[in-house]
Design a protein around this ligand. Structure first.
Ligand code: PGA
Length: 251
């Protein structure tokens, strides 16, 4: 399986930052190791075209996606983006259920389930985020929480559609905090998620780790057997850091 290096830019980076990032990406293209890996970036949605046009102009091997979408195709949902539109602009992927959507915007499993049904039915590659909060980990509820996020999130979704899914395990306490889960913690959870999908759906889905991934820890994390890639926030915003993360196997 290729390693997936995915970037979630959240509400960061203006046009000039996109220029800086992609100009540097292009200038340093020879230094980027594309072998056995896929590079995905989700800029802010209103910059999707700007970003994608530049990627195409430079012929960069980057998949460009969105950070969220609604489940309805159209209608009176002020400020939202529909899955039909995600498909219409040819976005390469969409992120659903990020913990910031769950916690700050009060999206629950049921709402996330509707979105997953909508994106997967449209054959949109979907990164489905799950993860426990600190108090849940401290109460030994991690595996129960993850199991219920998966079961509720994927309710009524036929197995055939699940092949377009990527799961991102992002412990909420590790996101944007500088605190990374230990390699043992990551391995234990990734093995659990892999087993769950193999047993219940007979499918080997890519499982990404997210939460304070940076140049200094990428090598240890990505070398865990059940880690198929990473979802990176803060350390993906500047080309120099992201380049080091992509080139995880270069000294
Ligand atoms: P972080 O964010 O790398 O800044 O911790 C990861 C994420 O939220 O996907």
């Amino acid at each position: 399986m290729n390693k997936i290096i995915a970037a979630n830019w959240k509400m960061n980076n203006l046009k000039r930052d996109i220029d800086d990032f992609l100009d540097k990406f292009n200038k340093n293209r020879e230094s980027i190791n594309y072998k056995n890996r896929e590079i995905l970036i989700a800029p802010v949605s209103i910059y999707f075209d700007y970003f994608k046009n530049k990627v195409e102009k430079y012929k960069l091997n980057i998949q460009v996606g969105l950070q969220n979408c609604h489940y309805e195709d159209k209608g009176a949902f002020t400020g939202e983006i529909s899955p039909l539109m995600v498909a219409d602009i040819n976005a390469d992927f969409v992120i659903i259920g990020h913990s910031e959507r769950r916690n700050l915007f009060k999206e629950d499993d049921e709402f996330i389930n509707k979105k997953l049904i909508a994106t997967l039915q449209k054959n949109i590659k979907t990164i489905f985020c799950i993860g426990e909060k600190l108090e849940q980990r401290e109460n030994n509820e991690t595996f129960d929480i993850l199991k219920s996020q998966i079961e509720n999130g994927l309710k009524n979704i036929p197995n055939a559609l699940i092949s377009n899914l990527i799961v991102a395990y992002e412990p909420v306490w590790a996101i944007g905090t500088g605190k990374t889960a230990t390699v043992n913690q990551i391995e234990e959870v990734h093995d659990f998620i892999k087993d769950f999908f193999k047993k219940n759906i007979a499918i080997n889905l890519p499982i990404l780790y997210g939460g304070s991934v940076k140049p200094s820890n990428i090598k240890d994390i990505i070398n865990v057997n059940s880690v198929d890639g990473v979802l990176v926030g803060g350390a993906s915003l500047k080309f120099e850091d992201f380049q080091k993360i992509i080139n995880f196997d270069k000294e």
